[in-house]
Structures are given as C-alpha cells and as structure tokens.
Ligand binder design. Structure first.
Ligand code: DQA
Length: 164
C-alpha cells in the first residue's frame, strides 16, 4: 500500500490522502557544469546544490524525487520512455536540446507523462535561437528565468497539479 500524506497546496486548500507524488528531474547537456559555466548567466549554484534543495523541498511536500543529468540526447530519451507509468511528473531542463530536439519532443508525447519545461535563465530575453522551444507544445507548462528557484517552482507545480 502506498504512503499517504497531507500537505498544503499553497492556495489555502489542503489536499488530503493523495498518493505519494513521484517526480523525475532530468537535466540535459552542459548542466553538469553549473557553478563554473557562464556564471553571469547561470549564477554560481551547482547542479548538486539544486539537487540538495529540491530533495529537501520534496521531503517537506511528501514527494518522491529522482534527479539525473546527461549530456546525451539518447539517454534523456530513454529516461523519458522509462518514466511512463513510473513517475507522475517530469521536470525537464533539456538545455540546448530544448531548441533543437524533435526526438525529445516525440519522446515526451509518446511517454504521456506530465512534463514541465524548466530553465534557469530567461530564455526569451536571450539570443533569438533560444526563443523557440521544440518541447513546449508537448509540455504541461514552462518555468524560466528564476535561476535555481525555477526548479523549486516547477516542483511545487508538479506536486500540486493533481491536487487542485
Ligand atoms: C538553459 C537555457 C538553454 O538555452 C541553454 O542551452 C542551457 C540552459 C537554462 O536552464 O537556462 O543549456 O536550459
């Protein structure tokens, strides 16, 4: 039998006895370099820091969380395929593949797992080639521009989607 939790949705309606939410966080290319990579754009927080704060918040929210990173498109696609039926929501920062990968878009559509597009930077305020997202049409929504907070906001949304 699955564990049951009560938590505050943040909108004044506590949601009771929901099943444990399972959140899979996937990070794409170059995000392993956070902390030293273009700090003027991405800040100095590392991916390990983001994982730590997400795990803390997930524990508070009563959510199960796994956190992964790959520089390889095929690996990300395999993880998205495997998510079907195993994870309730994917938080996906696909890095530059966001703007190029029809294959990742097709994987999200095929897996049919609610997926939230996440970016540290405000991609719409950057170079024109970052303004288009291949994956946005098959995602539940997008959160961008808040640095590491983007991930926390996406986690809140992912956990609460089924509660409200
Ligand atoms: C990014 C934005 C992308 O355009 C870029 O290629 C990244 C990081 C972000 O989190 O802001 O690698 O996804």
């Amino acid at each position: 039998m699955e564990a049951e939790f009560t938590f505050d949705t943040g909108i004044g309606r506590p949601y009771k006895n929901h099943q444990l939410m399972r959140i899979l966080v996937l990070n794409g290319p170059n995000l392993n370099l956070l902390g030293t990579r273009e700090p003027s754009v991405y800040g100095t927080v590392t991916l390990a820091d983001i994982e730590t704060i997400l795990r803390q918040r997930a524990a508070q929210l009563g959510a199960e969380l796994d956190f992964r990173q790959s520089n390889h498109e095929g690996q990300l696609i395999d993880w998205i395929h495997e998510a079907k039926g195993r994870w309730d929501t994917i938080l996906l920062n696909a890095g530059a593949y966001t703007h190029t990968s029809i294959a990742i878009r097709d994987a999200i559509a095929a897996a049919d797992v609610s997926t939230i597009e996440v970016h540290l930077s405000n991609v719409m305020a950057r170079e024109p080639f970052r303004h288009h997202s291949m994956i946005a049409p098959v995602c539940r929504g997008q959160i961008a521009g808040f640095g590491a907070q983007s991930y926390l906001l996406a986690l809140e949304a992912g956990v609460n989607i089924k509660a409200v």
